[in-house]
Design a protein. Structure first.
Length: 156
């Protein structure tokens, strides 16, 4: 099992010229089928690049089912609205929106509810609207509900 961990660590190294994103995803899927918890603890590690974490999130979401790893990984990795948008765009371009896993939707919704709604005005409204239509966040107070209504109507 250590050899798989070492190979995964080597494959995640972005500076390496020998591995591409497809090879990293293939290696991560091999490790996921053997030991999902070990792959989860590797991805949550401090020496993994953000882009590799985003790629790992959508690989977890589309590979591992019935386990809470994807939702926990999204909650630990995504801190800002730009992180949410990066994961959403990567999922959209890689697998499409027709295959958007529920664990990924729930994780993105949890992070979206933690973000201050006034920060949402600084990003592209059309992309944010499509994210909100996909994950269906429920505002927890009137201030957040006002911002959500503004975003869903558009910036007129």
């Amino acid at each position: 099992m250590y050899s798989l961990y070492g190979q995964l660590k080597y494959a995640a190294n972005i500076e390496s010229l020998f591995y591409t994103d497809k090879k990293y995803v293939r290696m991560l899927k091999r490790v996921l089928f053997k030991d999902a918890h070990m792959a989860y603890s590797f991805v949550c590690g401090p020496d993994v690049d953000e882009q590799v974490k985003y790629l790992s999130i959508i690989t977890f979401a589309n590979t591992v089912t019935g386990k809470p790893y994807t939702r926990k990984l999204v909650n630990e990795t995504c801190r800002t609205l730009n992180d949410i948008l990066a994961v959403y765009k990567l999922q959209k371009t890689t697998y499409g929106l027709s295959k958007f896993p529920n664990s990924l939707k729930k994780g993105l919704r949890d992070v979206l509810l933690r973000i201050n709604p006034s920060d949402m005005l600084s990003v592209d409204v059309d992309v944010l609207r499509s994210v909100m239509l996909c994950v269906h966040p429920k505002p927890d107070n009137e201030n957040a509900a006002t911002y959500y209504r503004y975003i869903m109507r558009g910036s007129k």
